[in-house]
Design a protein around this ligand. Structure first.
Ligand code: SAH
Length: 396
């Protein structure tokens, strides 16, 4: 078998079971492995460390499939997929819309699958995942038993691996149009073909329910609303008004349809840049009781953390200024390059500069369908804080 040999001393992260081999750690590769093929990873003194998939064009030159010597074959993928499905069956029974396969954290680097009722959307993003594409699709089709597997292998990560995007029907029947799924008793239309990621942000399910539970009689501002996950939840929770903001016209159109699917009153929709629109609302002296800030990934890696920190601080500062005393802020970062600790510091700095006292009343994460392997802290990408602005400001 082809071998990848590490530079001296570079086996430490693999011994801690972190599944990525960076190109800088590699001394040489013996043989001529094809893109995506399985390699044995060895330390400089010849110790076997792992079996990994070769990504010749990526900074992450190999991603670990297993830590033991075994066959990486159809049985391997069936085993991993069955284990991931068993976790969901135990922790999220009867949940029609959820993530079935969460890449590294389910022992399947580069493999994401989301279930929307009878439709499963598969997103492959590494050379190794693409190499095993048919095998993965067969195993998932057989074990999860959906009517459809639709492929959305078109993420940035995939193109960085030097691979061509692939989208379209992969197994079963074409997805129904429109595809409407149930989340916590609410109906959402999901655009699996053209939407972000696999069509919907399943990682916010529990946090949308938290907003719904606290929105009664509130004037709500939903920033970066996409197709209205938080807006619809707030309206269903009895919000007095909802203002929804996003730069994407098509996302706002889908938001309006989602509000209609649930027979709720249409919110105020503002299309444009949230950074500018928050300033405008501040200048108009608008006030809200509950604000959601769920921006896109400002810092994909630690290298972008500083610039991202300024952007997070800016929107959080403006949000604090727009909240009434006693108001609630649900603020998120889905940046892998911003840790929970750093995010909390940024939000604290924003409150300070906005001149408000606030408390953290909740820490948020995705649900159990987005597990985080303990050896893979990068899996903990979505972090959120619920903050409450003090009713009476403390004396200076
Ligand atoms: N809260 C949503 C997911 C948000 S995804 C949910 O629960 O489903 C991030 C959204 O931010 C996308 O819809 C994208 O169109 C929007 N966006 C990105 N940059 C923006 C900007 N500068 N101003 C306004 N919207 C922006």
């Amino acid at each position: 078998m082809n071998k990848l040999i590490l530079n001296p001393g570079r086996e430490k992260s693999l011994k801690r079971r972190h599944p990525w081999v960076f190109s800088g750690a590699v001394s040489r590769i013996s043989g001529t492995p094809a893109s995506g093929e399985t390699l044995e990873v060895h330390s400089s003194d010849g110790e076997f460390l792992a079996l990994a998939a070769y990504s010749p064009q990526s900074q992450i030159l190999a991603r670990v499939w297993d830590w033991r010597r075994r066959d990486i074959d159809a049985a391997f993928f069936r085993e991993r997929i069955a284990a991931a499905l068993a976790l969901r069956a135990r922790l999220l029974p009867d949940c029609p819309a959820m993530r079935l396969l969460h890449a590294e954290s389910d022992g399947l680097p580069g493999v994401v699958a989301d279930r929307y009722g009878d439709v499963v959307v598969l997103q492959l993003s590494s050379a190794g995942a693409m190499y095993w594409r048919e095998t993965i699709a067969d195993a998932l089709f057989e074990l999860a038993r959906p009517a459809t597997i639709f492929e959305r292998s078109d993420s940035d990560v995939l193109t960085r691996e030097g691979l061509k995007p692939v989208t379209g029907l992969l197994r079963g029947f074409p997805p129904p149009a429109p595809l409407i799924v149930d989340e916590s008793g609410l109906k959402f239309e999901v655009d699996v073909d053209g939407g972000h990621k696999t069509g919907f942000y399943l990682d916010q399910r529990a946090n949308r329910s938290a907003v719904r539970a606290l929105a009664a009689n509130c004037e709500v501002l939903d920033c970066f609303c996409y197709t209205g996950g938080f807006s619809v939840s707030a309206l269903a929770g009895g919000a007095a008004t909802v203002t929804a903001m996003d730069s994407s016209g098509p996302a706002l159109e889908l938001l309006k349809r989602n509000v209609a699917h649930n027979e709720l009153a249409q919110p105020e929709c503002l299309e444009g840049d949230v950074f500018q629109m928050l300033r405008k609302l501040r200048d108009q002296a608008r006030k809200f009781d509950l604000i959601v800030l769920d921006p896109p990934k400002f810092a994909p890696t630690v290298a972008h953390a500083e610039k991202a920190s300024r952007a997070y601080k800016d929107i959080n500062l403006l949000a604090f200024k727009l909240l009434r005393p006693g108001g609630l802020l649900f603020t998120f970062s889905c940046s892998g390059g911003v840790s929970r600790e750093l995010f909390q510091k940024i939000v604290a700095g924003a409150a300070l500069d906005a001149g408000v006292d606030a408390q953290i009343v909740g820490h948020m994460s995705p649900g159990a369908d987005h597990p985080v392997a303990l050896a893979f802290p990068e899996g903990d990408y979505l972090k959120g804080l619920t903050c409450r602005v003090a009713i009476a400001q403390a004396c200076a």
